[in-house]
Design a protein around this ligand. Structure first.
Ligand code: SER
Length: 886
């Protein structure tokens, strides 16, 4: 659709829109912020940035922002709530949100006037095509008459201002925790002419382009709203949607933002992109399907490029799983579009990098990593698809053999769960064979699995942890005393007196406790948070985890039946679970040793890709392109243990960035470490790393280290898991138990004799197997002799109907094969005593299938096959023996 007013000027390039937006608000005295990463930096509970305001939450809650109270930017965002809508005209997973914020400065008047000015003057949108919705009011706030009046002041007539309920005009969801408020949404009329209706409810005609949130409250997630000290404004304009309108397109995907991707894809797949030729409504169903699939590939690869650029790798959980899912969806959309075609996703990545390199330079810096991560994942999934496909085809074959026409939901789910084989692909392939898929069964199997994984993964605090962040406003930075205690051996290890600042009830018996000082280490840098106890007078608080939110350290645990309001300001006696912490420290120091050993043996290209240390193990992820050999693993294990044995001191120092670099420290040198950094050194210069974690003082405290698992976590990323100290002992006890059991079962006199015994038994099994095969052949030959007497000559054909000795259908089939290869009979029906049968016909005039259908009415039985052979089960033996096959 070409908009009338556009015909008098060149369509605006998308890059200009971004520019115009920030320049406009800069002129209105806003400070332009850079976009944050898609991975939230200060919020461990959120997977991705889903809105421009997300990185600003602490400031919207009242914390002063270093750049003042008037901000603007273009923020990259990623949402998967609408995954099933991707491919329609307006939804994308990755998108850019153009935003302006007031942190306690201006409010509704300016927000409304400026948005109207920007749209009508700066972008020159036709004012006649703009509409607004406002909040209609509820028990928390009355109808937003102020916004209605302000809209009218801009010139928007009353009949284009629609009040709506909290479902539409409240941000975020009504009742969700965090800063929130009523909003006013601006819509654009795509099909002007007919009388207006409420734009919130007609997605075909109107498109929402900008949301202005008047953030006045904070909600605790339990239905309680508190007024914020200062009122804020949070706005979000859809960059892609602005481009769609200004370029006169009916979908975001036809804007210049996407042009390069569609032309690359069309070439690679030799398919044209239907949406360049036709409107959605006038497309055939096939064309709509093709459009949707091409859009999915483009959207998902664009998003994957940005996600990998921001440090996400494909894995099986959390962010990595989301990334894996969209890459897989892109691959199978391609398979559905043009099977056998090969799309070079690298060229798409390069097009994305080219498109965004000026706004998001990280893409250019990490281009090679993005390409290799994506290609490896695509290759892996392609192989998986092939495996899944083989399995599906064999299942379909089995079904056809027994004339069944429905693939069970469990089978379809197994394909999905184990092979990542999407239901749509299963359905498509099954349909080719006229097999239906039980989708309800699939849904049930899926629901069952989701429930299991929810039960498995949600610990009792996780819900509370998500909420607590919004309730810490105004609390001072917690002073962490744990380092000093660890340094000074005359102090008891981890006991400390502090003062209770805040207790927050999260749910029944679950609380967050914050003190002015603490010795509990909060989870960070891959080290698990501490557990232990806190006594407040005679009340015991058992801490099961410690987390940090910005600078505030929060102890999670529970009080039972205590009035927590009385605890504020009281003295608290903190004691970290010492045994657990000692094990964690040993794990952490061992992780540093492992890091050095890996680089020594595998080369300096090995880079840490993540780690997690707790009281049980060290889990260390690193970049390396192949599996380690057993020899390499034992060399690395040996190296780590030799340093442990050598009683090397572990020192911790606060140094300037320059001093740390001079010492050769490895780790992430980013400004987030500030001017001084903490350096942990083992054995002088053997291992020098930037690290905020807690460590033993001497390597001998680790005792011993043992690698117990080596695996791959993502393309080009390996994982080593190692146990230390007493954990190794526990590991040995377990391994010993298994050895004992094996010894008992095999009756080996000692563990060394066990291997010989097992090898001997394997040989014996092989011998017995081959003996059995020859015996079976003998039996079959014997039977053949007897059977040849039963062959009858009927009308010139040799016909055999016989009861045979066989313990499974395969044996009957083998026997039939021998009969046919010796030309003993050209037509035969062999039945075992339990009703399994093979019916063959080598006669051109008689199809085995036809024959089976004829005799089945008398003999019964279920089976399938082709014109030369039918096999199956359930035949009535007596009736079969009497059947006249001709
Ligand atoms: N946070 C609001 C939204 O995402 C406005 O930016 O719609």
């Amino acid at each position: 659709m070409i908009l009338f007013y556009m015909s008098i000027q060149e369509p605006v390039q998308s890059k200009e829109i971004r520019q115009k937006f920030v320049e406009f608000f800069k002129r209105k005295e806003h400070v332009v912020l850079p976009s944050s990463s898609l991975v939230p930096q200060n919020d461990p509970t959120a997977l991705f940035n889903v809105a421009g305001m997300q990185p600003l939450v602490p400031y919207l809650m009242g914390k002063p922002h270093p750049d003042g109270g008037m901000l603007t930017n273009s923020q990259k965002c990623f949402r998967t709530v609408d995954l099933d809508n991707i491919g329609d005209n307006t939804h994308c997973t990755f998108f850019e949100m153009l935003g302006n914020w007031s942190l306690g400065t201006y409010f509704k008047k300016e927000a409304i006037a400026w948005s109207y000015e920007f749209l009508t003057k700066e972008l020159q949108l036709d004012p006649e095509r703009l509409l607004a919705t406002v909040f209609e009011g509820n028990e928390t706030v009355p109808q937003d008459d102020e916004a209605i009046a302000l809209w009218k002041e801009t010139g928007l007539p009353e009949d284009r201002i629609y009040p709506c309920d909290a479902e539409e005009n409240w941000w975020p969801d009504y009742g969700a925790s965090g800063p929130c408020g009523p909003d006013s949404e601006i819509y654009y009329d795509l099909k002007p002419g007919a009388p207006h209706t409420n734009p919130a409810y007609d997605g075909q005609r109107y498109i929402e382009i900008w949301n202005l949130v008047f953030m006045e409250f904070t909600c605790d997630g339990e239905g309680n709203f508190t007024k914020l000290e200062k009122k804020n404004v949070d706005t979000g304009g859809g960059f892609e949607r602005f481009a769609m309108i200004l370029q006169g397109k009916s979908s975001v995907y036809e804007t210049d933002i996407y042009d390069a991707y569609f032309s690359l894809l069309s070439q690679a797949l030799s398919i044209s992109y239907p949406a360049y030729e036709k409107e959605w409504e006038s497309m055939s169903q096939d064309e709509q399907e093709t459009t949707k699939r091409l859009r999915i590939i483009v959207d998902h690869i664009r998003a994957a490029t940005h996600l990998i650029g921001d440090g996400v790798s494909p894995t099986n959980e959390g962010r990595g799983y989301v990334l894996r899912r969209i890459i897989r969806r892109a691959v199978f959309s391609q398979v559905l579009l043009a099977e056998g075609s090969k799309v070079d996703f690298t060229s798409l990545v390069d097009a994305v990098v080219e498109n965004y390199k000026e706004v998001y330079p990280i893409l250019l810096e990490r281009r090679d990593t993005i390409v290799s991560t994506l290609s490896q994942e695509v290759e892996k999934f392609t192989k998986t698809l092939q495996k899944g496909r083989k399995l599906l085809e064999s299942k379909i074959h089995e079904l056809k053999n027994i004339h069944a026409s429905v693939l069970s939901g469990e089978h379809a789910f197994e394909l999905y769960d184990t092979f990542g084989f999407p239901l749509s692909l299963t359905k498509e392939i099954a349909e080719l064979h006229k097999i239906e898929v039980d989708e309800d069964g699939f849904g049930l199997a899926m629901a069952g699995q989701k429930k299991r994984s929810r039960e498995g993964s949600k610990d009792m605090f996780s819900r509370g942890k998500e909420h607590v962040q919004t309730m810490l406003h105004g609390l001072p930075k917690t002073v962490f005393k744990g380092y000093e205690y660890a340094q000074n051996s005359s102090l008891p290890l981890l006991v400390h007196e502090a003062k209770v600042l805040q207790v927050i009830a999260l749910e029944e018996g679950v609380h967050a406790l914050i003190c002015d000082e603490t010795v509990f280490y909060a989870e960070s840098g891959g080290q698990v948070g501490d557990a232990g106890t806190i006594m407040i007078e005679d009340i015991l608080f058992v801490v099961s985890d410690t987390q940090k939110y910005d600078d505030v350290i929060v102890h999670f645990g529970g009080f039972d039946g205590v009035d927590v309001g009385n605890l504020m300001g009281k003295g608290a006696h903190l004691a970290v679970d010492e045994d657990r912490r000692k094990r964690v420290m040993a794990s952490h120091t061992a992780a540093h040793l492992l890091h050095t050993a890996l680089r020594k043996h595998l080369g300096d290209t090995v880079e840490q890709a993540g780690s997690y240390v707790d009281q049980y193990r060290t889990r260390f992820d690193f970049s390396f392109g192949r599996a380690l050999t057993k020899v390499e693993i034992s060399q690395i294990e040996e190296e780590v243990n030799s340093v442990i044995e050598a009683w090397q001191p572990v020192t911790k120092e606060e140094l300037s960035m320059a001093e740390a670099k001079e010492k050769g420290a490895i780790g992430l040198f980013t400004e987030k470490y500030g001017d001084t950094v903490r350096v942990v050194a083992i054995g002088g210069t053997y291992s020098v790393e930037l690290c905020g974690g807690t460590h033993v003082s001497n390597t001998s405290e680790i005792g011993i280290a043992k690698v117990f698992k080596d695996s791959s976590v993502a393309s080009g990323v390996r994982r080593i898991e190692m146990a230390t100290g007493r954990n190794v002992h526990e590991y040995m006890i377990e391994a010993d138990g298994i050895l004992d059991r094996l010894q008992e079962e095999t009756k080996a006199p000692s563990s060394t004799a066990l291997v010989e015994k097992i090898v001997g038994q394997k040989l014996k099994i092989k011998e017995l197997e081959s003996e059995m095969v020859s015996m079976k052949k003998e039996v079959a030959k014997g039977q053949l002799g007897a059977l040849s007497d039963r062959v009858q000559d009927i009308n010139g054909s040799k016909v055999l109907v016989a009861l045979v000795e066989a313990s499974n259908p395969g044996e009957i089939k083998e026997m039939a094969g021998m009969i046919r290869s010796q030309n003993m009979a050209s037509i035969g029906l062999l039945v075992s005593k339990d009703g399994a049968f093979v019916l063959f016909s080598d006669s051109d005039d008689l199809s085995a299938k036809v024959l089976f259908n004829t005799i089945k009415t008398t003999t019964g039985g279920n089976g399938g096959g082709n014109d030369t052979m039918v096999q199956g089960v359930g035949m009535d033996v007596e009736k079969a023996m009497k059947v006249n096959v001709l």
